[in-house]
Design a protein around this ligand. Structure first.
Ligand SMILES: C[S@@+](CC[C@H](N)C(=O)[O-])C[C@H]1O[C@@H](n2cnc3c(N)ncnc32)[C@H](O)[C@@H]1O
Length: 225
């Protein structure tokens, strides 16, 4: 698969993290991703799992691969006949993930979150875990639009990502520096809430926001009536 099919922002800003094979081998260690999230990886992963377990049953769609044990844990939580579908735009990410998941319980799709080749209303549960902060605003909006299109009525979308921390937060300067150096779009989640974007796309959503670690992270539970 040629690089030309990868989004510009991914090639320009995140090649070192997701595209080069050596990057995958280096970064896919739970201790490392846990360190990057200031030791909150397992807590955030489990908050996502809880929200999904409390949602409707059936297959689950994870939009974008995530390093560490998240996807394997999601498979563990599935009912015996359900499957975890994961979509990612980088083929190497999917190959790498395939080796970590049981084949009978997982389906991997190559695709761009902004234009997914999945049918309308085809999933009752969707997870987006730390993808949106990496995307430029128009791509972020398109990703949300696609997730809401694919989500069926009565379905649940769970988003876990960064949020603006409290002004006194001791990690705020360090997180800001990391964004400045490595994550050029992430601070947009500090200046704009995701909730109005979701409401603009679908005014009838029921949205519950939980702030974690004094606002450094957020979990959104979005139920589509
Ligand atoms: C979920 S995000 C960040 C997750 C987190 N930093 C971690 O620990 O892995 C990383 C994944 O998003 C994928 N990705 C980025 N942009 C994408 C897009 N437009 N469509 C689908 N996948 C995308 C990357 O290929 C990568 O596998």
């Amino acid at each position: 698969m040629s690089d030309s099919r990868l989004p510009d922002y991914l090639l320009r800003y995140y090649r070192w993290a997701y595209v080069a094979p050596a990057a995958l081998r280096f970064w896919d260690h739970e201790g490392l991703v846990d360190l990057i999230l200031f030791h909150q990886y397992r807590r955030l992963r489990d908050l996502a799992r809880t929200a999904l377990r409390q949602g409707p049953a059936g297959d689950l769609l994870q939009i974008a691969c995530v390093y560490g044990s998240l996807s394997a844990c999601l498979v563990d939580d599935l009912a015996p006949t359900a499957r975890l579908h994961v979509v990612d735009v980088v083929p190497e990410q999917l190959r790498h993930l395939a080796a970590k998941l049981p084949a009978h319980a997982s389906v991997l799709h190559r695709g761009d979150s902004a234009h997914l080749a999945l049918a309308d209303a085809s999933f009752a549960r969707i997870l987006i875990f730390f993808l949106l902060h990496e995307q430029p605003a128009p791509v972020r909006l398109a990703t949300l639009r696609e997730a809401l299109r694919i989500l069926c009525h009565g379905g649940r979308l769970v988003i876990v990502d960064f949020h603006r921390p409290a002004p006194w937060h001791p990690l705020r300067p360090l997180q800001w520096l990391i964004f400045r150096l490595f994550e050029p779009f992430a601070s947009e989640l500090w200046t704009a809430e995701l909730i109005p974007l979701l409401q603009q796309l679908h005014p009838d959503l029921r949205i519950e926001q939980e702030l974690i670690c004094a606002g450094l992270y957020q979990r959104l539970i979005i139920d589509k009536p």
